[in-house]
Design a protein around this ligand. Structure first.
Ligand code: ATP
Ligand code: FE
Length: 337
């Protein structure tokens, strides 16, 4: 089975070609234009997708050394995401499937962040069901019980900001360019995580809240820079390490709670923030200390990429779960629907 997969939910245009559960190519065109604005501008994102989608598709096919005629199906991200961005991928996928007369498969982006673990790669092991997925991305923070490929249950989620957003907004306060998550990670590596203390929010059960933390970081930086204008430059590594440490504490506490509650010790992370070296290290430590089995995706499958859309396409293809030409993009798309 050869699947061509398209991802266009936010600001990355990505196309992948899979042969069964292995990736032949996974091309990602990141949109640089948003850096100037310190965040994703929806209109610009959708225009850039329009410009990128054909060349990125050609590149993915060429890299995979596959002709369009060999493809078995087209998989695409139906949602959730920015409507204008999703529309580009959705329309393109529909017309490709029509032109090639092959099935169309719709994919939920948040399911894909989780099922990315089923991509066959030497450095990745496949989770055993049931497992707990912690999805940490730019727009979501969810604890999901994964009973089977398409049988998922949200056990907890953020009541306000997502983890990725918290990283990016904290970075903005520190005058770092967008997206700041990877930069906080980089500076944190050489900083002292105990240098500054930020509050851990008290949120019931398995839910999260990050807006209080975000505000306390903002007030802390404002106060310090009013006393010393060079505070950020002089303490950047320590500030980043302390912010990252706090966020990881929050995530790990909830993971410990969900393990206790469900008895499931198979823990997988997914989404852009799972690229963070601190969270990866904390999970590895939990394997030894707590006896968990943890699943950490390869970097290229953490942030948005069409490879993860393709693997969902592959499993849906095997189940015969196809979609009609009547399908439409869905900005809000629940993980269980
Ligand atoms: P969603 O998947 O919720 O729709 P999205 O697709 O925009 O959102 P992803 O591409 O999955 O989000 O993740 C992007 C986020 O990951 C950004 O907020 C980015 O800062 C964050 N991120 C990426 N790498 C790292 C890192 N090393 N450390 C911390 N955050 C990171
Ligand atoms: Fe994403």
């Amino acid at each position: 089975i050869y699947i061509l997969a398209i991802e266009s939910s936010c600001d990355d245009t990505s196309v992948a070609v899979l042969k069964n559960n292995t990736i032949l190519s996974n091309v990602v065109a990141s949109q640089k234009i948003h850096e100037e604005y310190g965040g994703v501008v929806p209109e610009l994102a959708s225009r850039a997708h329009q410009q990128n989608i054909v060349p990125v598709t050609d590149q993915a096919l060429a890299k995979a050394n596959i002709d369009k005629k060999q493809l078995s199906a087209i998989a695409f991200t139906r949602g959730p995401g920015l409507l204008g961005s999703l529309l580009v991928g959705t329309s393109f996928a529909k017309s490709l499937s029509l032109a090639l007369d092959i099935p169309l498969i719709e994919v939920n982006h948040m399911q894909a962040h989780i099922l990315a673990h089923f991509i066959k790669a030497d450095t990745m092991k496949t989770p055993a069901f049931p497992f707990i997925a912690l999805t940490i991305s730019g727009g979501h923070t969810q604890i999901v019980k994964v009973k089977d490929f398409f049988d998922m249950e949200i056990l907890g989620q953020t009541l306000d900001d997502a983890v990725g957003e918290t990283f990016d907004k904290s970075a903005k306060v520190l005058d770092l360019p967008y997206p700041g998550g990877p930069l906080i990670d980089k500076y944190a590596a050489t900083g002292n995580p105990y240098a500054f203390e930020f509050p851990i929010p008290k949120v019931k059960d398995l839910d999260f809240s990050f807006s209080g933390l975000k505000t306390s970081i903002l007030y802390f930086i404002q106060k310090q820079t009013s006393q010393n204008p060079n505070f950020i430059q002089e303490n950047l590594e320590d500030i980043c390490a302390s912010i990252q440490f706090t966020i990881i504490q929050i995530l790990m506490r909830k993971l410990k709670k969900v393990v206790k509650k469900t008895g499931i010790k198979n823990i997988a992370i997914g989404g852009g923030v799972s690229a963070n070296s601190g969270i990866r290290k904390a999970l590895k430590a939990a394997e030894k200390e707590l006896g968990w089995t943890t699943y950490i995706p390869n970097f290229e499958f953490c942030t948005d990429n069409a490879g993860m859309i393709g693997i969902v396409g592959y499993y849906k293809f095997k189940l015969g779960q196809f979609t009609s030409q009547e399908t439409s993009a869905k900005a809000r798309y629940h993980i269980t629907s």
